[in-house]
Ligand binder design. Structure first.
Ligand code: C2R
Length: 185
């Protein structure tokens, strides 16, 4: 039975060693009050358990899957093959700075997409999941809008870098800060 407390997002990862990155997705979802659950499951190591979990999760009301994996990262693709619900892939930098995982996650065949975020981009995966859920959830949409507004205001504040005596608000150039010979245009 699907209730208010049922997970709306499943955060999956190929190994327990992925947890330090993937728990950042959980932290963002918690901030937005989105019920979620985390599971270590692998397309390579535990294929049958992965299959059973995706079926059960869909039946239990999970609307978005976030899948993080490193190396030959087939987890997100394997989940996308089993559900029509949106799957967000997080390539992890376990080896080769994550380039192996990035390509394995993003290069899906047409028809079975995985929305891939940056290498180790677990937080953005959660923000994207929130944006997807917000389409049908006005309360969540409002929390997302307010978050963006706060983040924008904070970015503006931190962008005001004083460059010397008399520097006012905003970014100002100190005399001599321009490159020698540079034009005033
Ligand atoms: P270990 O640290 O357990 O050796 O795992 C994991 O996501 C992890 O980053 C090393 C890396 O193997 C990855 N792994 C996958 C999959 N299962 C595990 N890429 C999969 O199903 O795609």
């Amino acid at each position: 039975m699907v209730t208010d407390q049922s997970p709306r997002v499943a955060i999956m990862m190929g190994s327990r060693s992925d947890l330090p990155v993937m728990e950042k997705a959980a932290a963002v979802l918690a901030e937005f009050g989105v019920p979620h659950e985390m599971r270590v499951l692998s397309a390579h190591r535990t294929p049958d358990a992965l299959d059973a979990y995706v079926r059960a999760a869909v039946g239990g009301g999970v609307e978005v899957f976030i899948c993080g994996a490193g190396m030959a990262a087939h987890l997100a693709g394997a989940v996308a093959a089993r559900t029509t619900r949106p799957v967000i892939g997080v390539p992890l930098s376990a080896t080769l700075n994550g380039l192996d995982a990035l390509l394995s996650t993003v290069q899906m065949p047409p028809g079975i997409p995985v929305a891939t975020v940056a290498v180790d981009g677990a937080r953005n995966a959660a923000y994207l999941a929130v944006a997807i859920l917000a389409l049908g959830d006005p309360g969540l949409a409002e929390r997302l809008r307010a978050f963006r507004e706060r983040a924008g205001a904070e970015a503006e504040r931190s962008g005001a870098i004083p460059t010397g005596a008399g520097a006012g608000p905003g970014v100002e150039h100190a005399p001599g800060a321009r490159p020698a010979g540079g034009s005033s245009a």
